[in-house]
Ligand binder design. Structure first.
Ligand SMILES: NC(=O)c1ccc[n+]([C@@H]2O[C@H](COP(=O)([O-])OP(=O)(O)OC[C@H]3O[C@@H](n4cnc5c(N)ncnc54)[C@H](O)[C@@H]3O)[C@@H](O)[C@H]2O)c1
Length: 259
């Protein structure tokens, strides 16, 4: 399915990114991992980098631009228990910088997939703040958070809302070259950061977990990312696939008067 395709995967050292790298290799792809830690799966190349380090990120971009990759899976992310500046930098600013730095070096018909979250729900109410973050750089994050009320309570939600919105905005940006961007929004998934989400979300998470039959696993999410990276999803543009055991459907149904 992805035989001989080259895919760049951030966050490949753990959880969803590690499983995605493993499944991409199984599908015949050449995988280039980008992470601050060693990749968990066997990969073809590895760029060790902390995404909060702007200069190091730019050096990796320079390196990866030589590759002409067929896909980019932006999976690296941090939970809301970290300082809001780190959450905004990793989950939003670095994701956009890497993508925009690479996009004109990608092969025609390349696919870009962003890992958002069920936490990205409600982005429609945050458009002003999302637009204010449009050209945010690493150096501007602390000031942006202070001016826009981005705190430990809302940083994770804001970054995932902004990623969903950015994916929509880019539905046709590179259409002339067949390059497309889509997102995947998991619900709670059993990875090392699940406990951090539950801690931050408190009662709301307890309610969610009661409604769910079970939390997801990386193996529930990775195939959706692999599908979006492959040609079979070629006419999907700017979509955000809810991979969450029906949580998003449940919210949509019950908040609109359905059972
Ligand atoms: N686990 C969940 O419940 C859940 C739910 C919805 C969305 N997500 C999203 O899925 C993505 C993957 O998360 P996961 O659950 O697999 O978590 P994880 O902690 O298992 O994996 C995250 C990966 O990102 C890397 N990373 C984090 N900060 C980095 C940095 N500064 N520089 C370089 N690499 C860095 C980590 O080293 C790790 O390999 C994240 O974007 C997360 O927000 C997770």
């Amino acid at each position: 399915m992805l035989h001989d395709k080259t895919i760049i995967v951030t966050g490949a050292a753990s959880g969803i990114g590690a499983e995605t790298a493993r499944q991409l290799k199984a599908a015949g792809a050449r995988v280039i991992a980008v992470d601050r830690n060693e990749p968990a799966a066997e990969v073809d190349a590895f760029d060790k980098i902390d995404l909060t380090d702007e200069a190091a990120l730019d050096a990796v971009i320079e390196d990866l631009r030589k590759v002409k990759a067929d896909g980019l899976a932006n999976i690296a992310g941090v939970p809301p228990t970290l300082p809001p500046e780190v959450v905004v930098t990793v989950n939003l600013v670095a994701l956009k910088r890497l993508t925009l730095g690479l996009v004109d070096s990608l092969a025609d018909n390349a696919s870009i997939v962003n890992l958002a979250s069920l936490a990205g729900i409600g982005w429609e109410g945050e458009v002003a703040k999302i637009k204010a973050a449009d050209s945010l750089t690493h150096a501007g994050v602390a000031d942006f958070c202070a001016r826009n009320g981005v705190t430990a309570e809302n940083s994770y939600f804001f970054t995932k809302q902004a990623v969903v919105a950015w994916t929509l905005e880019n539905r046709w940006t590179w259409r002339g070259r067949g390059i497309r961007m889509n997102a995947v929004s998991p619900g709670p998934v059993e990875t090392p950061i699940l406990k951090d989400f539950l801690e931050t979300l408190g009662e709301r998470a307890e309610e969610d977990m009661k409604v769910m039959d079970r939390p997801g696993t990386p193996a529930d999410i990775a195939p959706v990312v692999v599908f979006l990276l492959s040609r079979g999803s070629g006419w999907l543009r700017g979509v955000n696939i809810a991979a969450d055991g029906g949580m998003r459907s449940h919210i949509d149904a019950t908040s609109n008067g359905l059972v």
